[in-house]
Design a protein around this ligand. Sequence first.
Ligand code: OOG
Ligand code: MG
Length: 259
Amino acid sequence: MDKDTIVKLAEIVDTAAMNAEPIEMLTASYPELDLERAYDVQRASMARRFNRGEKLVAMKMGLTSRAKMEQMGVHNPIYGHLTDEMMRSNGDAIVRSEHCHPRVEPEVAFILGKDLVGPVTSAEALDAVEWVCGALEVIDSRYKDFKFTLIDVVADNASSTRFFLGETRKRPEDLDLGNLGMVMELNGKVAETGSSAAILEHPARSLAELANMLAERGEKLVAGQIVLAGGATKAIHVDTGDHVHLTVQDLGTVDLFVE
Ligand code: OOG
Ligand code: MG
């Protein structure tokens, strides 16, 4: 697959995201698209955002829990890029019309105090973490019916669209990071419960995997970057008027509204 095709596919996913108009899977028309080229498409779509003035502030891991893998039918962890334009403050609203079919998932996020260059172990990855906080991620596949293959979801920047960090920040050593209880409520009713243990058995492993996947491309995580470790439970559909409230053990709460 040549550079022009990569750029063209990036334009297709980026335009779908901007217009909130679902598209057919790229692999339906481009069966030769492979995983490495799909990450090229993801980077080319990010380049379009950077050209519009967006800044990279965070990275995310996805499909790191069994619940998520089973919900989506894709069983390999993936990563995506998150910009300042995707970041919202605790208690903010997302705008329903800006999204194709938004879903929300409970996560744990890291803020790095040091650069992190793979290959690393989980312990080495954790050593680069300055703060841990609770997070809600809004995902919005640009593909029709929220259905995709591994390659398609990678090209679509791992369905990234918005993310919210909790205001409570703790040092990793002050938490039972490998087993933090999480409760996600939708409109006052418990929708999903889980534990950070669901995230590759320990969220630090997800961070290490990310550093290791980036290292394969000669890339690294940098001090100050945020990393979302991946949804601990299934994602839930949201619509106009909804309120999602996440509680993470020892990490306070995160609230999101849909308008
Ligand atoms: C892909 C993104 C998955 C996670 O935390 O597992 C993800 C998707 O489910 O659309 O962000
Ligand atoms: Mg996620």
